[in-house]
Design a protein around this ligand. Structure first.
Ligand code: GRG
Length: 308
C-alpha cells in the first residue's frame, strides 16, 4: 500500500474536526432544553481548531485494518477526542497544572474563567458518551455498549483519572510538597493510566468497530500499550529538550516540579533506548496484519520522533 502518513493524519483530523463542530453546534438536541452560549464557546475553544488528533487517527486507522471506512469510525473517534480535550481543559486548571498556554493558544480558563472551564470539560466528558450511544457510532447496540465500557474504563478510575490522581500524589501534593521518589514500575503504572490508557483504547475501539477476533484485538491492544508508553516518554523528552514554540505549551515543567519521569529516573540515553524498543514492540505487535499494518507502524515512529 502506498500512503503518506501526513495525508492520513490530516484526513482523519479534518473528519474529526467536522464531526466535533457538528456535535458542538449551538442548536439544542432532542432531550436538551437549550445550549448556553458561553458554555458552547468555551467547549469549542477547548476542542476545535488544534491538536494532532492522534487518538481519532488511531481509531480510524485501526478500524481501516478491518475494512471499515473512515466515515463509519469517525463518531467513535470523535468521542475519544472529546475525552482527550476535556482532560486537557481540566489538566490546565489552576488546581491541576495551572497552564496559560495549550495548543499555542490561551487555555480555556484563561480565555474564559475557571468555573466555565470546569463546566466545558464536564460538557465534553458527557458529550463523549452521548456520541457513543448514537446509532452513527455503530449500528449494533452491543458494539456501542462495548465501546462505552471500554472508554469508561480507560478514562475513569483505573485509567486516566486515576493516573492523574497518582501524578498529583507523585508531585508531593498530598505529602507536604516533597515529590515522591517513585520506582520505575510505579512511573510506568502512572503513565500507562494517565496517558497510555486513552491511546490504547483508541486502537481497541477500532478493533471493536471492525469486529476483530480475540487474537486481533489482543495484537492491537499490545500495539496500543507500546505506543502509549512511547508517547509518554517522547513527551517527557520534549519537556526536557523542546521549546515552548515547538510544543505549544510551557516546557521544563517536570524538572521544575521535581517530577519522577522515566527520563529523570533512567537518564536521557536510557530513556531513548527504551523509546526505540517500544517503537519496535509496537511494530512487532502488528505482525498479524501484514502489510496492512504499515500505517500504524509508521505512526509509532511518528509518535516517538514528534516535536510537538
Ligand atoms: C484532568 C482527569 C484529568 C486528566 C488529565 C491527559 C492528562 C490527564 C493530562 C495532560 C497533561 C499532559 C501534558 C500529559 C502529557 C501527555 C499528553 C496527554 C499530551 C497532550 O496530548 P497530545 O500531544 O495533544 O496528543 P494534542 O494537543 O496534539 O491533542
Amino acid at each position: 500500500m502506498t500512503f503518506s502518513l501526513k495525508d492520513r493524519l490530516d484526513a482523519s483530523a479534518a473528519a474529526t474536526e467536522a464531526r466535533l463542530a457538528l456535535a458542538l453546534a449551538d442548536a439544542a438536541l432532542p432531550g436538551e432544553r437549550l445550549r448556553p452560549e458561553r458554555l458552547m464557546a468555551a467547549m469549542r475553544h477547548g476542542a476545535l481548531g488544534g491538536g494532532k488528533r492522534l487518538r481519532p487517527f488511531l481509531v480510524i486507522e485501526s478500524a481501516a485494518l478491518f475494512g471499515i471506512p473512515a466515515d463509519q469510525a469517525v463518531t467513535a473517534a470523535t468521542a475519544i477526542e472529546c475525552i482527550h480535550c476535556y482532560s486537557l481543559v481540566h489538566d490546565d486548571l489552576p488546581a491541576m497544572d495551572d497552564d496559560d498556554l495549550r495548543r499555542g493558544r490561551p487555555t480555556v480558563h484563561r480565555a474564559f474563567d475557571e468555573a466555565t472551564a470546569i463546566l466545558a470539560g464536564d460538557g465534553l466528558l458527557t458529550l463523549a458518551f452521548d456520541l457513543l450511544a448514537g446509532e452513527d457510532a455503530h449500528p449494533d447496540p452491543a458494539v456501542r455498549i462495548a465501546l462505552v465500557r471500554a472508554l469508561a474504563r480507560a478514562s475513569g478510575i483505573g485509567g486516566m483519572v486515576g493516573g492523574q490522581m497518582l501524578d498529583l500524589a507523585a508531585e508531593g501534593r498530598f505529602s507536604g510538597g516533597t515529590p515522591l521518589a517513585l520506582a520505575e514500575d510505579a512511573i510506568r503504572d502512572l503513565q500507562a493510566m494517565k496517558t497510555g490508557a486513552l491511546l490504547a483504547v483508541s486502537v481497541e475501539a477500532g478493533a471493536l468497530l471492525g469486529g476483530a477476533t480475540a487474537d486481533e484485538r489482543a495484537a492491537l491492544l499490545a500495539y496500543g500499550r507500546a505506543l502509549g508508553a512511547a508517547f509518554q516518554i517522547a513527551d517527557d523528552i520534549l519537556d526536557v529538550e523542546g521549546t515552548a514554540e515547538e510544543v505549544g505549551k510551557k516546557v521544563g515543567k517536570d524538572a521544575a516540579a521535581g517530577k519522577a519521569t522515566l527520563v529523570s529516573r533512567l537518564g536521557l540515553p536510557a530513556a531513548r533506548t527504551l523509546l526505540d524498543r517500544l517503537v519496535a514492540d509496537a511494530s512487532a505487535a502488528l505482525a498479524p496484519f501484514g502489510a496492512r499494518g504499515a500505517v500504524l507502524a509508521e505512526a509509532a515512529l511518528f509518535v516517538a520522533n514528534r516535536r510537538n
